[in-house]
Structure formats: C-alpha cells, structure tokens
Design a protein. Structure first.
Length: 360
C-alpha cells in the first residue's frame, strides 16, 4: 500500500504539533509495509527520507485557500489513499481521502482566532464532512465533538497521538541545558501556543499564590505566540520563554516541579504526555481531551479555578509522597501514547478504508 501524505506543515515558520505528527507518520509507516509519498508546495523539508513531490506554485496559504474555496488544483501524487493530517483538505479524485481533525476550538471558541482562520477551518471541516472517507480524531473527546457537528458515526474513528520515549539524560546534562537559558531557580512549567484558550492568567494567579510560600518560584511559559488577547500574565517570577529548541524543552520537563496545563479546550494534549513520560507531575484542567489523555496519570482540577490549581500544585511541591505517586502514575500512563502505537493504529485504519473502498 502507498499513502500520499500532505506534509505542508513542515514548511511553516513554526511547524508545531501537526508537523511532529506528520514526521512520525513518515518515519513509522514503513514498519507496516506502507510506502509514504509525501507532498507539499515547496522544497523538500529536511529529514524526510521518503518519496517527495513539490507541488510548486501556489505555495502555502494561497494553495490552501484554492483547495478550500475552488477545490483546485487536484492532487495527483501517486498513492492508494490520500491523507491530510490537518484541515487543509486537498481535492482528490477516484481514491479515498482521509482527514485528521485535531479539534474544533475555532468553532467552540470563535473569539480565540482570527476571522480568516475561523472561516478557513470551518470550511475545512465542511469539506472533510463532505469528501473524506474517514476522519481521524486524536481523542474520543474530539470524536464526539465531530458527531455533535453532524459527522456520521461510521465516518469518524480515533487514533491517539503520541511521543517518542525519552532518551536517558544525566542530571548534569539537564543542568547544562537549563544554564543555556539562564534557568537556575525552582520553577513550574507550561508548554503550548500562547493564546486565549490556554487560560494562562489562571496559571499566573495560582503561581503568585505559591510565591508566598516559595518566594523564588518561577513560572516558565514556553511556546510561540498565537493570536488574540491572552489577558494579564506579566507578574513577578513569570518568564515568557517563547519558542525553544526541543533539547531545552526536554530538560525543562525533567527539572520542573510540575507541569500545569490549564487550557480550557484541547483536542489531545501532547505537552501533557511529554511531561508525564519524563516523570514531571502534571496538572490539567477538566473538560476537554487533556483530561481524557492524562486520566489517572496526573491531577485534574476545575477549569478557570486558580485556587484549585494552586492547591494541586502546592500538594505536588510539598507532599513528597503525592509527588512520587503522581510522577510514577504519569510515566505509566504515558506508555499508552507513543508514536509507534499511534502509527500502528493509523496503518490499521488505512487498510480498513482501502478494503471498504475496493469493495464498494
């Protein structure tokens, strides 16, 4: 079997989680006797070893808008199926189309994205509902969100995302990587795009409460800037780190007193899995897929409740037994979310789709 896989996210200035997802598919699918024919409108990204087709002009958003609104140009890259790992939905003919819908935050919280971005993703969702043979959701939460918008039950299935198991790293190596970003004090960590639904002011408020107990406690906010007004997050001890190299983020997870993700809405929650897999005690807000993913591997608190978040973080900092228990539970829970198991699930879904398509 050959899958034509769109990897356009790898050409973006800030590739993000979808790019990591695409790279994992490229790397792992050959283990399942599936050949990957990657394509995008631009030069071949570094580190991609499979067959690659440069679609040429138009590039980037211009091509995606043409796909969205005019359904052209048709993608003719060789493959038994075409997989779009995001809502940039390419037009295809005479073969099955698979689309991954990571979340519908743009629909649930329209004020947290631009008008253009919202229109683009609403249109992509419409195209997926109309043209996709299968829509892959990264969590059961997102699967049921898609049902609520009219997707047929038989059209949607779940394939969790994952991470690579962490490589061993000595304490000295961790400290060396942190010294490169001048991080020497005890700290809490949050990782993700900085945007309104992440509810960072709630985390900052919780952090300020904890500084009355640990005056030099810092809060590191790691991730690129998104869109929208995020509210007041400038406060004593808060460091906005921006986008950092993965080697540094990896070390931060290992050294943090806790990782807190108070986001009110997520379709999966990769940072939570990354933190848990490295033994970093993790706290998340209830109400979306992150709660599903973390399960009993972390603490879960009510969304938008700074006091509850501060209390949970305090217990992890000062109660050694609680900290060890949550750390160990998180590491065990994270074993369910690896790229290898994720791509194995994708391979199963590909074969199912192709079998049904051939029999139709």
């Amino acid at each position: 079997m050959k899958v034509a896989l769109h990897i356009g996210q790898l050409l973006q200035p800030v590739p993000g989680g979808i790019a990591r997802y695409a790279r994992a598919l490229v790397r792992e699918l050959p283990r399942h006797d599936i050949e990957v024919a990657a394509f995008a409108a631009g030069p071949k990204p570094k580190g991609i070893a499979c067959t690659y087709a440069d679609l040429g002009w138009p590039n980037g958003s211009i091509r995606y808008e043409a796909w969205n609104w005019f359904r052209r140009p048709t993608v003719s890259v060789a493959g038994d199926i075409v997989h779009a790992p995001s809502l940039a939905v390419p037009p295809v003919r005479d073969r099955p189309l698979i689309v991954t819908a990571h979340d519908i935050a743009f629909h649930r919280f329209p004020a947290t994205t631009t008008r253009r971005g919202r229109a683009f993703h609403e249109r992509g969702l419409e195209l997926a509902r109309k043209h996709a043979t299968l829509v892959i959701a990264p969590s059961q939460f997102t699967q049921y969100e898609l049902y609520s918008l009219g997707f047929r039950a038989e059209q949607v299935d779940t394939a969790y995302l994952g991470t690579d198991p962490p490589e061993p790293m000595s304490a000295a190596d961790v400290d060396e990587r942190l010294s490169a970003v001048n991080q020497y004090r005890p700290f809490l960590l949050t990782v993700g795009t900085v945007e309104p639904r992440k509810r960072l002011p709630i985390l900052v408020a919780a952090h300020q409460q904890l500084r009355s107990l640990i005056p030099d406690l810092e809060l590191l906010i790691v991730g690129p800037n998104g869109w929208g007004e995020i509210g007041p997050i400038e406060a004593p001890g808060v460091r906005r780190m921006g986008q950092l190299p993965w080697t540094v983020i990896d070390a931060l997870y290992r050294k943090a007193l806790a990782c807190a993700i108070p986001s009110i809405y997520e379709g999966f929650g990769l940072p939570a899995v990354e933190a848990m897999s490295r033994g970093c005690p993790t706290v998340v807000a209830r109400g979306s897929a992150t709660e599903e993913v973390v399960g009993d591997g972390g603490l879960r608190v009510a969304a938008d409740d700074a006091d509850a978040l501060a209390s949970a973080l305090e217990s992890l900092i000062f109660d050694e037994g609680q900290r060890v228990q949550v750390s160990q539970a998180g590491m065990e829970r994270s074993k369910a979310f690896t790229w290898r198991s994720s791509v194995e699930r994708h391979a199963t879904l590909y074969r199912r789709v192709l079998k049904l398509w051939s029999a139709a």
